[in-house]
Design a protein around this ligand. Structure first.
Ligand code: FWO
Ligand code: ZN
Length: 393
């Protein structure tokens, strides 16, 4: 299978000019000008005209509830799982699945099965072991074993802190988990990332700060998420990023509504502020929290209502970064390509370079509308329509 995309504006995510990109099998074979493939007719070559379009790496969503989550308002508020096209129709070709508040009716066996299913359907999947809860609910009985022995497990999460739904881990419990994840990652050549769910409480990033100040554990072990959920939390997270940590913004499809009920920081403005404060353009990721619940509680912790995250927020946030915040496209794109690839140690993802996986998206130059999605060399979306669907779609 050979595909050549011609004359697109290539963002690797660094802007590389108008280029052709050749995909051979499931890998990017070449990036250059006037590329030709000579196979003496033995292999058919598909040509895609990228004129007037932007070619970017397939999106990496580092935090998505692929098998559903939620339930904070009772069983009828459990959220549905992601179908293949919930991801591909929004440009996502790599996803890290996680479990949230409900670590009982959602478990690691089911999460892994869902991740394997999506992989069979054509995209790349990983998972975090655990859920909000401490002790961590693993598959093998040990965080370290899960990371070392289960291919898809690249870390632990989303472990909840500073939240009324958290297990309220002590400092000792918390640092034990983080050190197990660190050593498990080290021994298996994986990232060993602890994906931390940050809640709305005034304790903010306290447990993470204490860990990096009082132990030998480096900033790079953490990927705290929902950093933009309120102003005070975001300020602490800016400091974390300035000191070399990476922080994960949660995209929001309906920020105009959320801004009226809380002081959530708009993702594009948050990234703008982060860079103005002197943090590196490698210091942030954006994830969707897709299929996760977005419950609303009042100040007494009483449940008020619920929404659901969607992978569609990712490209929407990129458009806002460019159109509303005036950020360069290549900087904004880092948050869903190069940066998650680096922090999660996905060495074949997140860049348009020879030898990397054939995960690509074509967007219109004007409007940044998604037209084509290729995952591991296979066209999944064409002219904005899904040409490959999940088994029951
Ligand atoms: C956030 C996932 C939250 C689930 O605080 O953490 O609940 O288990 O599906 N969502 N609880 C949403 C905010 C960032 C708005 C989750 C969810
Ligand atoms: Zn969360």
């Amino acid at each position: 299978m050979v595909t050549i995309i011609r004359n697109a504006a290539v963002y690797q995510p660094e802007y590389a000019g108008k280029k052709d990109v050749m995909i051979l099998g499931d890998k990017i074979a070449a990036v250059g000008e006037n590329l030709t493939a000579e196979f003496n007719g033995a292999v058919s070559v598909t040509e895609i005209d990228g004129t007037g379009q932007i070619l970017i790496p397939g999106l990496i969503d580092s935090h998505e509830h692929i098998m559903g989550g939620g339930g904070e308002g009772g069983f009828s508020t459990r959220t549905p799982e992601a179908s293949l096209t919930d991801l591909t129709m929004n440009g996502v070709t790599t996803v890290v699945g996680c479990i949230g508040t409900d670590g009982i009716t959602r478990d690691m066996a089911a999460l892994l099965a869902k991740a394997h299913g999506l992989e069979e359907e054509g995209i790349t999947t990983y998972v975090y072991t655990g859920s909000y809860q401490v002790p961590v609910h693993t598959l093998t009985g040990s965080v370290m074993k899960d990371i070392m022995l289960l291919d898809k497990v690249i870390g632990a999460g989303e472990i909840a802190i500073s939240d009324h739904r958290s297990s309220q881990p002590s400092f000792e419990e918390f640092t034990r988990i983080v050190s197990d994840v660190r050593v498990g990652g080290m021994l298996s050549g994986k990232a060993g990332i602890v994906n931390i769910h940050l809640g709305d409480s005034s304790r903010l990033m306290d447990l993470i700060w204490r860990t990096v100040k009082e132990t030998e554990i480096p900033y790079s072990q953490f990927l705290p998420t929902h950093v933009n959920r309120n102003e005070a939390l975001f300020q602490s997270c800016i400091e974390f990023a300035k000191e070399g940590g990476v922080i994960d913004f949660t995209g929001n499809e309906d920020i105009d509504y959320w801004e009226t009920i809380c002081d959530e920081v708009r993702v594009c403005r948050g990234i703008g502020r982060l860079l103005e404060a002197g943090a590196s353009e490698n210091s942030f990721t954006i994830s969707s929290d897709g299929q996760g619940s977005l419950p609303v509680f009042n100040s007494k912790g009483e449940y008020q209502g619920i929404g659901m995250g969607k992978a569609s927020c990712l490209l929407k946030e990129i458009r806002e970064c460019v159109n509303r915040e005036g950020l360069p496209l290549e900087t904004a794109l880092r948050g869903i390509t190069a940066n998650p690839a680096r922090i999660l140690k996905l060495s074949k993802k997140g860049h348009i370079l020879p030898g990397y996986d054939g995960d690509l998206c074509l967007l219109t130059e004007k409007g940044l509308e998604l037209k084509t999605v290729i995952a591991k060399g296979r066209v999944m979306v064409q002219d904005g329509k899904a040409v490959v669907k999940g088994t029951f779609e």
